[in-house]
Design a protein around this ligand. Structure first.
Ligand code: NDP
Length: 399
């Protein structure tokens, strides 16, 4: 029987890689639903190509345009609208597997809807765990949901962990999780030169092709910070047992260290179709269209310590995780505001951590026991971070 898959964030980079893997295995996967925020043109083109039964658009104002395009293409794809439409798509009875690949906080509620509906969830939207780790994992456990990580690092850790890691790391002999980081495009840059970084430079990642927000996060190392928090919740590993190692070649995607001195690593070319195919077929393996790894061509694997002074976002993420409660939702929200302002050329690259640090200091933390609290703190943090932009902001480039 073919598995029905819904892709939240189908028009993005992870969405494209997921559709590529699904199209390689039509005997195995049926695309039931696709979602986007407001890129109607791309969503309509994907519907023509993959013929899903449903298409969901978060921005309701653009739904008539989508409906018109689908009708003109002779498709009877049903359109679902607004954030509610995304949640309904994730919970459809025809859907077995949900790829959660919306970027940012907007991914939390549709991803939770998939969990609550008992779907197999392939988690790319790390922000869900950063914002609401304890309650998200509680729902996963209570509903017996299979949660498979898509982030290449967490997928690698998952592959290197013993299958019964949920018995507790000490019980299964795991001493440490090592997350690798490419170091981003500014690994060798001086602190001073970072002030003048442009969005184009920040988005030009040396090894990975990704959406703009995560590309900037990779350049500030906030992405690694978010991943440390994600690993903490996914594998129930305390912060002091998660180490970040800079590995510029992005060939080792992460490692697990055991008490007997063994260290297991997962290697591969930097192509998101590997972790996506792994999670889509798990526990089996399927072809992903990824070139085989040629170790002789790679020739060398380098490692260095992460620099939390030049890249304060990594430090801020560890601090927010230690503070717990709503602090990581605040971290995430302030980061989203600051990154959007940077991409809009309204904020310097080096002001991103300043906005986040000041927002964290101003708001403090509180217990994050329910979704309403998380959503309220996310909103407050956005308001506060936005109010800081005027002070930290810079004038737009004119030409
Ligand atoms: P992209 O920016 O390429 O795509 C984002 C997707 O989310 C698009 O489909 C977009 O729709 C949709 N979207 C954006 N805002 C909203 C909203 N408010 N409501 C509903 N949908 C929305 O992102 P990526 O594919 O790069 O990343 C997606 C997630 O995967 C992120 O959480 C990222 O951290 C994670 N990830 C990505 C990796 C990568 O290699 N790209 C690697 C590991 C993790 P539209 O096109 O209409 O704007």
């Amino acid at each position: 029987m073919r598995e029905g898959i819904a892709i939240l964030g189908a028009t993005g980079s992870i969405g494209a890689s997921t559709l590529d893997v699904a199209a390689r295995h039509p005997e195995r996967f049926r695309v039931v639903g696709l979602s986007a925020h407001r890129d109607v043109e791309r969503l309509a083109a994907l519907c023509e190509q993959h013929r899903p039964d449903y298409a969901a658009l978060a921005d309701a104002t653009r739904a008539p345009e989508l409906e018109a395009r689908l009708a003109a293409a002779g498709l009877d794809t049903r359109v679902m609208v607004g954030p509610q439409g995304l949640m309904e798509l994730a919970a459809l009875s025809e859907v077995d597997v949900v790829m959660a690949a919306i970027v940012g906080a907007a991914g939390l509620q549709p991803t939770l809807a998939a969990v609550r509906a008992g779907k197999r969830v392939l988690l790319a939207n790390k922000e869900s765990l950063v914002m609401a780790g304890p309650l998200f994992m509680r729902e996963v456990r209570e509903r017996g949901v299979t949660l498979l990580p898509i982030d290449s690092e967490h997928n690698a850790v998952f592959q290197c962990m013993p299958p019964d890691f949920d018995r507790g790391l000490d019980s299964v002999g795991v001493s440490k999780v090592l997350l690798t980081a490419s170091g981003g495009p500014f690994r060798e840059a001086t602190a001073d030169s970072l002030k003048a970084v442009t969005p184009e430079q920040a988005c030009a990642h040396p090894n990975w092709s990704m959406g703009r927000k995560i590309s900037v996060d990779s350049a500030t190392l906030m992405n690694k910070g978010l991943e440390v928090i994600e690993a903490h919740w996914l594998f129930d590993v305390p912060p002091e047992r998660i180490e970040v190692v800079v590995h510029p070649q992005s060939v080792i995607h992460s490692l697990v260290a055991y008490t007997d001195g063994s260290v297991l690593a997962q290697l591969g070319n930097p192509d998101m179709r590997t972790p996506i195919a792994h999670a889509m077929a798990w526990p089996e393996r399927i072809e992903a269209g990824v070139a085989p790894l040629d170790l002789v061509e790679v020739a060398r694997l380098d490692f260095q310590a992460a620099d939390k002074v030049r890249f304060p976002c990594l430090r801020l993420a560890y601090e927010a995780m230690e503070a717990g409660g709503t602090a990581t939702a605040v971290l995430n929200a302030a980061n989203e505001v600051a990154v959007a302002a940077f991409l809009d050329e309204g904020l310097a690259f080096t002001a991103i951590p300043l906005v986040i640090e000041e927002t964290l200091a101003a708001l403090g933390t509180a217990p994050a026991d329910d979704l309403e609290t998380v959503v309220a703190w996310d909103r407050q943090a956005r308001e506060h971070a936005t109010s800081l932009l005027a002070r930290h902001g810079r004038r737009r480039h004119t030409a």
